[in-house]
Ligand binder design. Structure first.
Ligand code: SF4
Length: 312
C-alpha cells in the first residue's frame, strides 16, 4: 500500500534505521522556530485533536509491520508537533501492545509537557528527544516564536516531572543559533535548567541548511566544542548533522540522484521536491542536508521559501 503517514525508514546516526510516523499535516505546530527546516508554521496552535485520524495511522502501521521489517525505532516526528495529535497515546499503546519487539521514539518540541495528562500519554515510549533551545522568556520568544499561551517555565517543570514519571531515555536537544542562544547568559540559564531536568544526554545541534528566516548561520564547531565543556559535568555531545552524516551508510543513491537531476533543471523549494519525488519532508531534508554539506547544492531563501540549486 502507498503510505501517507509513514515515511522512511530514515537513516540516522542517533536512531539507526527509523520508521517515521507523521501525526500532523504540514505545518501544524505550537512553535514557529526561525530555524525550522520544514517551513513556516501555518497553524500555530496548542489545540490537540486528531489532525490525522488514528485509524488511518494504525492501518498503515499494521500493513508496514506485517512484513516484520528490521527497525531500530519507530519514531513520532514529522511535519509539525506530534503531541498535538490527541490520539498519540492510543497509537503508542496500540504499537506497544501489538508489536512489543519495536522500540518507540518521540521527537517533540516539549511545548505541551507542562500538561500532566499529555506526559502520561507519551510516558510509555522508550526514548524521548525533547527540544529546549532557550529558557529565558525573551530568547525563547525570539527563537521558537511559540503560540502565545505557551510558558517556558511550564515546559521546564514538565520536563523535570517527566524524568521522574517515565522510564524513557531522554536525549534533550538544544538547537544553537549564533548571537541568540549561545550567549553566556542563555547558556548559563540552559545549564541550570538541564541540571534540574537531568536528561540522559544533551545533544547540541545547529543550522544545517537555510531555515525559515534568511540570514541565519550555524554555530562553529569550535564553539560547539566549548559548549560541550561548559555543560560539564552534564553529558553533552554535538549532533550537528555536518559532523555526523557521513557515518550513515543507509542513504539511497537513487533518491540522491533524483534530487540532483530535478534541481539541475530548475531551482526548487523543498515542498516542490517533496511533491515531485513523492518524498516526506523529513526524508528529503536528510538528503538535501547532505548535498548542502558536500557543497553540491546550495539554498537561497526567497519569499516563497528556500530554493535549492546546484553549485556551478
Ligand atoms: S523546528 Fe520543530 S518545533 Fe520548531 S517550528 Fe519546526 S516543526 Fe515546529
Amino acid at each position: 500500500m502507498a503510505y501517507k503517514h509513514l515515511f522512511g525508514p530514515v537513516p540516522s546516526r542517533r536512531l539507526g534505521t527509523s520508521l517515521g510516523v507523521d501525526l500532523v499535516p504540514l505545518k501544524v505546530c505550537s512553535f514557529n522556530c526561525i530555524y525550522c527546516e520544514v517551513g513556516a508554521t501555518t497553524n500555530l496552535t496548542i489545540q490537540r485533536k486528531e489532525y490525522i485520524p488514528v485509524d488511518a495511522v494504525l492501518t498503515e502501521v499494521d500493513d508496514y509491520l506485517s512484513h516484520n521489517p528490521a527497525l531500530d525505532y519507530i519514531t513520532f516526528s514529522g511535519a509539525g508537533e506530534p503531541t498535538l495529535n490527541s490520539g498519540i497515546g492510543h497509537i503508542i499503546n496500540y504499537i506497544k501492545g501489538r508489536y512489543p519487539q519495536y522500540k518507540l521514539a518521540l521527537i517533540t518540541n516539549s511545548s505541551l509537557f507542562g500538561d500532566a495528562a499529555l506526559r502520561a500519554e507519551v510516558s510509555p515510549v522508550d526514548l524521548v528527544l525533547p527540544s529546549l533551545d532557550a529558557v529565558t522568556p525573551r530568547v525563547f520568544a525570539g527563537l521558537n516564536r511559540p503560540n502565545h499561551a505557551i510558558s517556558i517555565d511550564a515546559i521546564v517543570e514538565g520536563l523535570i516531572a517527566f524524568r521522574q514519571e517515565s522510564d524513557a531515555l531522554m536525549w534533550l536537544e538544544i538547537f544553537l543559533s549564533p548571537g541568540i542562544n549561545d550567549t553566556p547568559e542563555e547558556l548559563t540559564a540552559l545549564k541550570a535548567a538541564c541540571t534540574r531536568i537531568q536528561p540522559h544526554s544533551i545533544q547540541l545541534n545547529t543550522l544545517d541548511r537555510p531555515g525559515t528566516v534568511s540570514g541565519l548561520h550555524p554555530v562553529s564547531h569550535e564553539k560547539l566544542t566549548e559548549i560541550v565543556e561548559f555543560f560539564k559535568p552534564l553529558s553533552a555531545e554535538i549532533i550537528a548533522k555536518s559532523a555526523t552524516r557521513n557515518q550513515s551508510t543507509a542513504f539511497n543513491t537513487d533518491i540522491r540522484e533524483q534530487i540532483i537531476q530535478t534541481i539541475s533543471r530548475r531551482p526548487c523549494t523543498d515542498v516542490d521536491l517533496c511533491e515531485m519525488l513523492g518524498l516526506h519532508i523529513n526524508e528529503l531534508n536528510k538528503y538535501l542536508g547532505a548535498l548542502v554539506d558536500e557543497g553540491i547544492v546550495f539554498g537561497r531563501t526567497e519569499k516563497r521559501g528556500t530554493f535549492f540549486t546546484l553549485k556551478k
